[in-house]
Write a protein that binds this ligand. Structure first.
Ligand code: PEP
Ligand code: MG
Length: 596
């Protein structure tokens, strides 16, 4: 039966595919595709593991039989029998074979997927006793997974390559080429990174906010995504057909043929619009009144520079370096590893400037999913970003040395996140000097860097003079500036309706930062999600902004917008918006359009 669920739109576009529910059970396992040649070996892995567990249970049963009723209760033997029966259940076996053979899932993924399918049947059972057998099924699945760990497993491959993500014949084609939609309760930024360049055509999560870091990585993957789709991971079943409408923030499950046809048409239309945009690739980013605009890229990993170059970015405005540190199980990258990554980034931009932001860990970006360092009362207000770096000076110095060394290979800008206090600024600058001294003492070559501050806490925007005194440039982080100005957790779907970057208070802080920065002759960029939102382009231009940093996929759309803009006409209009407590009531744009 067709049904739709509403969430928060993260990335534009339509995706249609089969649902893949990951990690929705408590059994969190690796998900990767195997080579077709490995199918029978993979099925053997499950079979061997299953046989091992069955043999173990039989051994247990025979030792129970030799014990008296006081040593081993009758129920235990009965339970073992149930486990044995479940292990040999045809539905489990055939299902696992199907996922491995037809979908090329790795053995662990196939097993947990089939567990989900069977668990649904148990959920629907009227009989309490039978319903509770679901827990037994989970237990034996866990045992088989455990046994599989002892069985030789191929080297884990990330989810990528080898599968088409284009739209096949939706109703007929059930081969490995079917596009897949990732459905999860939640995905950490580190999970998202693993899914980057994967085969997924889109993703949906139960929770999350529009500018949560998970959503940001999704945007950089440039696939349709909707977050905050409450209960989607419960309502959507494994392998259901699903449509993601990333423009409207709507998910349609089990669509009828007529709905599929309608969305299929819209999907093709969207693809056409995007391909038209590529014509602007070599058009200079200059407004109608001749203002040259800098369009920079936000990236998470060194390899993202390829997408930045392809989109025509004139540099990297924000390299979120923390992604190099995530999911490493407390084994943080050392100086050499970081240096190699930063150098690759610099070289990947072929002489264009690269802005490396120092590690911004904490809040919704824990270092490890299994390390709960963010269990403080209020992680977004806690030991995050520069606060964390200053509390770990050895780690911070390691990063600073690596960045300084990479600067010998190109233009590097260093960006410091979440500063609020003058004392934090002075400590940070002292540590940068100290890193230089350490490199000098070692005789290691390093380059010149420009140093900038992120303006993302209202306190920073309101005391800008001190930032202008110490820094070469500023970059406005509108995601956090909105979060901290409005006291809205950016990752919390339950207050997402109040997360509004166009709130007059936020707009005033953005406008005053741009104006004061310019008056002091210091470059100001916006690198929050606002910079890539075409609905905000003219307002930011009107405020005087000339440097925008965004996901590479957004660059051409923003360019299209600015090519039609006249900043001289936009300036008085923008002033009117910024000064108004109810900007919705302001005049239309100079071209007659409403501003949002
Ligand atoms: C911001 O806060 O706007 C920003 C760019 O940084 P991040 O989203 O990584 O916190
Ligand atoms: Mg930020």
């Amino acid at each position: 039966m067709t049904f739709s669920i509403h969430g928060l739109a993260v990335t534009r576009g339509i995706a249609i595919g089969r649902a893949v529910l990951v990690a929705s059970s408590r059994l969190d396992v690796a998900h990767y595709f195997i080579e077709p040649a490995r199918v029978s070996a993979e099925i053997d892995r499950v079979r061997t593991a299953r046989d091992t567990v069955a043999a173990e249970i039989r051994r247990l049963l025979s030792s129970i039989a030799q014990m008296g009723p006081h040593e081993a209760p009758q129920e235990l033997a009965a339970l073992m029998e149930v486990h044995l029966m479940l292990l040999q259940d045809e539905e489990l076996i055939q299902g696992v074979k199907h996922w491995i053979t037809d979908r090329l899932y790795n053995a662990e993924w196939a097993l947990t997927t089939q567990l989900e399918v069977i668990a649904r049947h148990f959920d629907d059972m009227e009989d309490d006793y039978l319903r509770e057998r679901k827990a037994d099924l989970e237990q034996i699945t866990e045992k088989v997974l455990h046994a599989m760990r002892g069985v030789a497993s191929p080297v884990m491959q990330p989810l990528r390559g080898g599968r088409k993500t284009t739209q096949p014949d939706l109703l007929l084609d059930d081969t490995v080429d079917v596009p897949l939609i990732l459905v999860a309760h939640d995905l950490s930024p580190a999970d998202m990174l693993q899914f980057k360049q994967s085969v997924f055509a889109g993703f949906i999560t139960d929770v999350g906010g529009k500018t949560s870091h998970t959503a940001i990585v999704a945007r950089s993957m440039d696939i349709p995504a909707v977050v905050g789709v409450r209960l989607c991971s419960h309502l959507i079943r494994q392998d259901d057909w699903v449509i993601i409408d990333g423009d409207a923030g709507v998910v349609v499950a089990d669509p009828s043929p007529i709905i599929l046809a309608e969305y299929g048409f819209r999907q093709r239309q969207g693809e056409l619009d995007r391909s038209r945009l590529t014509r602007l690739l070599h058009t200079p980013a200059v407004t109608l009144d001749g203002q040259k605009i800098e369009l920079l890229a936000n990236i998470e990993m060194p390899e993202d520079t390829a997408a930045a170059i392809r989109a025509g970015a004139v540099g990297v405005g924000l390299f979120r370096s923390e992604f190099l540190f995530m999911g490493r199980h407390n084994k943080l990258p050392n100086e050499e590893e970081q240096y190699v990554a930063y150098r690759r980034t610099v070289e990947g931009m072929h002489g264009l400037p690269v802005t490396i932001r120092t590690i911004d860990i904490g809040a919704d970006k824990p270092l490890d999913d299994d390390v709960h360092e963010d269990t403080h009362l209020n992680p977004a207000l806690g030991l995050r970003a520069i606060r964390w770096s200053l509390s770990e000076p050895a780690m911070f110095l390691t990063q600073l040395r690596a960045v300084l060394r990479a600067a010998a290979h190109g233009q590097v800008y260093l960006l410091i996140p979440m500063l609020a206090h003058a004392c934090e600024i002075r400590q940070t600058l002292a540590l940068i000097d100290h890193a230089r001294v350490q490199l000098d003492n070692r005789g290691t070559v390093y380059g010149d860097i420009k140093i900038g501050a992120m303006i993302e806490i209202p306190a920073a925007a309101l005391t800008l003079k001190v930032f202008l005194k110490y820094f070469d440039f500023l970059s406005i982080g509108t995601n956090d500036l909105t979060q901290y100005t409005l006291a809205i957790d950016r990752a919390d779907a339950s207050v997402a309706h109040l997360y509004d970057p166009t709130h007059p208070a936020v707009l005033r802080l953005v406008a005053s930062t741009i104006a004061e920065g310019q008056a002091a002759g210091k470059p100001v960029c916006v690198c929050g999600e606002m910079a890539g939102d075409v609905a905000m382009t003219r307002l930011l231009l009107g405020m005087g902004l000339r440097s925008f940093s965004m996901h590479p996929s957004q660059i051409l759309a923003v360019k299209q917008e600015l090519l039609r803009a006249d900043t001289a006409k936009l300036a008085p209009w923008a002033l009117q918006i910024v000064e108004n407590d109810e900007p919705d009531t302001c005049d239309a744009l100079p071209n007659g359009a409403k501003w949002r």
